[in-house]
Design a protein around this ligand. Structure first.
Ligand code: NAD
Ligand code: UDP
Length: 311
């Protein structure tokens, strides 16, 4: 049995990870300030003796005797991370320092949830880990992109200087049950709009691309990365390499829901990346991992969840 700390554990990805770790009989401390997460996401775990939920902001230090830390705390949706950009940057940078300090103190391994956003609006396609990215340092997305880039830097500096065992994963767009209906991300927006027969809002001309990964595939990848040998730090891309335009995504969701929604076009946000697709060769070779849930199947599960949870 391992003692595991999951920061951001009451959020979308964190709640799935906590459940997976509890199912494997590990002891889990879930740290969250409930900015975008909530107790309901982990309600099914609250009675479990292995599970502890602690309200805490990771910009403040925290101590617990643990073997592993998954550092997930940080809002991930553009509308949420741009709501209070200073807090987002603090969460990414000071939060990472606090989690790395803890890892150094108790000799824990730490996995950092980084993001495909470190590639910015990429000039290399698909993106492999060796690409350094094309990021605007002063734009609306920078609090998140640059915050996450700095967190990667800190991981590697704590690794080299303080010998902390770190693992950096670069997560590509992930979707699934327990995303917030109003989180503004494209898959939730389209599914909710389609189920309500409202207009589907495409930003820009809809020809920009993303590659969507189902939550279960990500969780499997995360656990495998944590279990790699100490010398392996990453970064490693975890994502689904099948790439779609937003127009294709909208058409798929309209047809899977049988919706009467119409597509409408809205202004493209600043610095919106034009294309994104992971090169997952490293994950395949190192972890023997690749996604198993294709977009249509994952969308059906997501649609079922929102049918039951949209009131
Ligand atoms: P989420 O918003 O659902 O979860 C983030 C959680 O962190 C929430 O529960 C929130 O309350 C908590 N949190 C935020 N600031 C905090 C703070 N200062 N102290 C303590 N808790 C705090 O987002 P998610 O989609 O579950 O993302 C989890 C992690 O994965 C994030 O670090 C995100 O950057 C990364 N990520 C997600 C995606 C994706 O597609 N979902 C893609 C790339 C990277
Ligand atoms: N998007 C869209 N309609 C929406 C929400 C988002 O067309 O209602 C677009 C957005 O401009 C971006 C893509 O979908 O090009 C993915 O957006 P999301 O916020 O989900 O993720 P990110 O941009 O962070 O990859």
């Amino acid at each position: 049995m391992k003692r595991v700390l999951v920061s951001g554990g009451a959020g979308f990805i964190g709640s799935h990870l906590c459940m997976r770790l509890i199912n494997e009989n590990h002891r889990v401390i879930c740290l969250d300030n409930f900015f975008t997460g909530n107790k309901e996401n982990v309600a099914h775990l609250l009675d479990n003796k292995l599970f502890e939920l602690v309200q805490h902001d990771i910009t403040k230090p925290y101590h617990a005797d643990v073997d592993e830390i998954y550092n997930l705390a940080c809002p991930a949706s553009p509308i949420h991370y741009q709501h209070d950009p200073i807090q987002t940057a603090k969460t990414s940078v000071i939060g990472a320092i606090n989690m790395l300090e803890l890892a150094a103190k108790v000799d824990a391994k730490m996995l950092q949830a980084s993001t495909s956003e470190v590639y910015g609006d990429p000039l290399v396609h698909p993106q492999s880990e060796s690409y350094w990215g094309n990021v605007n340092p002063i734009g609306y997305r920078s609090c998140y992109d640059e915050g996450k880039r700095c967190a990667e830097t800190l991981c590697m500096d704590y690794h080299r200087q303080a010998k902390v065992r770190v693992k950096i994963i670069r997560i590509f767009n992930t979707y699934g049950p327990r995303m917030l209906a109003n989180d503004g991300r494209v898959v939730t927006n389209f599914v909710v709009q389609a189920l309500k027969h409202e207009n589907i809002t495409i930003y820009g001309n809809g020809k920009q691309t993303r590659s969507f990964q189902y939550i279960d595939d990500l969780i499997e990848g995360m656990v495998r990365v944590m279990d790699t040998e100490d010398e392996f730090t990453g970064p490693v891309n975890i994502g689904n390499p099948h790439e779609f335009t937003m127009l294709e995504l909208a058409d798929k969701i309209i047809s899977l829901t049988g919706s009467s929604s119409q597509i409408v076009f809205k202004t493209l946000p600043f610095d919106d990346p034009k294309q994104r697709r992971p090169d997952i060769t490293l994950a395949q070779q190192k972890l023997g991992w690749q996604p198993t849930v294709e977009l249509e199947e994952g969308l059906m599960r997501m649609i079922e969840y929102f049918k039951n949870n949209l009131k």
